[in-house]
Design a protein around this ligand. Sequence first.
Ligand SMILES: Nc1ncnc2c1ncn2[C@@H]1O[C@H](COP(=O)(O)OP(=O)(O)OP(=O)(O)O)[C@@H](O)[C@H]1O
Length: 215
Amino acid sequence: MTAINSSSPQSTAPVLEAREITCVRGERELFSRLNMQVSPGECLHIRGENGVGKTSLLRLLTGLASPESGDILWGGRSIKNDAQDYHRKLLFLGHRDALKEDLTALENLRMFAAIDGIAISDVDAISSLWRFGLKGREDLPVNCLSAGQKKRVLMARMLTRRAQVWILDEPFNALDTQAVGELQGLIAEHLENDGLVVLTSHQPLAMPQLKVLDL
Ligand SMILES: Nc1ncnc2c1ncn2[C@@H]1O[C@H](COP(=O)(O)OP(=O)(O)OP(=O)(O)O)[C@@H](O)[C@H]1O
């Protein structure tokens, strides 16, 4: 299985690559000998029915799980060789992401920055929250925010994290039409800055430099 490129971008190393990977969950083989490659400036959209293995593939790409066989490479080297360096470059947003409900949006951004080992100023954190429509909500505990507003806090995190590789599991879920447009804009900006994106979505996407992988 190989990702289909719908455009021919001028790419430069480093690329993120899966080489001949096989994934088994429980007793089931979800996919075998899968190959894919994403270069700076490209977005790979992984599609497929419920349960086909999209999230499992993302977990392999992050290094949270290992393939049964085959390897994941970053810049031509196995991500296992220098996992710390790879993780510094990585932002992974899972399905049910992990905001601390009793902390405010601003405190969550500070907490993520501490976990990621990066410094962010309150000015940057607040302007990221404002960019995603959370003006006036930055000091509310997250458990007072709607599902879509929580997603917006995570979008602000994407901005403040400054990672080159974004791996996003169904990032458009729970977003209203405007937020979908804003997230697509954020991804397009990231690609323009030589970022790489791998995402799952059940919605069709219209984005530049889009590649598609059907599982
Ligand atoms: N820990 C586990 N042990 C056994 N099987 C698992 C485990 N986690 C997931 N699976 C199975 O692996 C298969 C793929 O799951 P996965 O979450 O990767 O699918 P998906 O394509 O992301 O689905 P969806 O579109 O519903 O989010 C499913 O059949 C699921 O039941």
